[in-house]
Design a protein around this ligand. Structure first.
Ligand SMILES: N[C@@H](CCC(=O)N[C@@H](CS)C(=O)NCC(=O)O)C(=O)O
Length: 227
């Protein structure tokens, strides 16, 4: 039978790319736990997401992906849950079942209503092109603003309860990537109405500052964003 005891286990191996908001979630979870891990920073341009070794870890060819002994897995929030199980302190899913329920609901809301829209917008601005997509981008930005307003009106120190949780780390990288995309020259002709973020969403901006002040945050920051 598999045991949760990690005292004899080699460190987890995390496959990621710089700037992936989904991978950033996992880096934040590891940082908050102070968990040791082997960093496998991949480069898309070198075909490292499509080679046989990586596809054996995640057949979808997407990061983040994790290898822990015989376990290989993808999907950022599933990985965060696994890390929380391996390294219980501090808990990222609350200390009781009610907090856990609230945290899971918040994560699912972020995943189902915000991420599909932000993913589309950031992909258009970072990877594809805005050409021919202006109306769609503006419409998606409107739905993003609705979700952000919802979060703005409910956020306190943290998104749920009185401690940093998986809900916080699921949202922060999504917002960071969205704001970076919104600041790109290609976004100038769009009507995104996301910037200046601190003026439009002051409580969320303060919450972002709290995340950025967490111990270990700096080491999670996308390396190529510093260049
Ligand atoms: N739902 C996945 C999304 C992962 C994802 O889309 N990752 C992107 C990087 S931001 C990726 O690996 N893209 C490579 C590709 O699609 O070829 C998760 O939460 O982990």
């Amino acid at each position: 039978m598999m045991s949760d005891d990690r005292s004899e286990a080699p460190p987890l191996e995390l496959f990621w790319i710089s700037g992936s908001p989904y991978a950033w979630r996992v880096l934040l979870a590891l940082a908050l736990k102070g968990a040791p891990f082997v960093s496998r920073l991949l480069e898309v341009s070198k075909g490292e997401l499509t080679n046989a070794e990586f596809l054996s870890v995640n057949p979808r060819g997407k990061v983040p992906a994790l290898r822990d002994g015989e376990l290989t897995m993808g999907e950022s929030m599933a990985i965060v849950r696994y890390i929380d199980r391996c390294f219980p302190e501090p808990p990222l899913f609350g200390r009781n079942h009610v907090d856990e329920a609230r945290i899971n609901q918040k994560i699912d809301e972020i995943e189902n209503y915000l991420v599909p829209e932000t993913g589309w917008i950031t992909r258009a601005l970072f990877v594809d092109s805005v050409a021919g997509r202006k109306e769609s981008l503006n419409a998606r930005a409107e739905r993003v603003r609705t979700e952000l307003q919802n979060l703005e009106s409910r956020v306190n120190t943290w998104l749920v309860g009185d401690a940093t949780s998986a809900a916080d780390i699921s949202l922060y990288p999504i917002i960071a990537a969205l704001l970076r995309a919104a600041g790109k020259p290609a976004a100038t002709g769009l009507d995104l109405r996301l910037l200046p973020f601190a003026e439009r969403y002051p409580r969320l901006a303060q919450w972002c500052s709290r995340i950025e002040a967490l111990p270990g945050f700096d080491a999670t920051y996308p390396p190529h964003w510093r260049e």
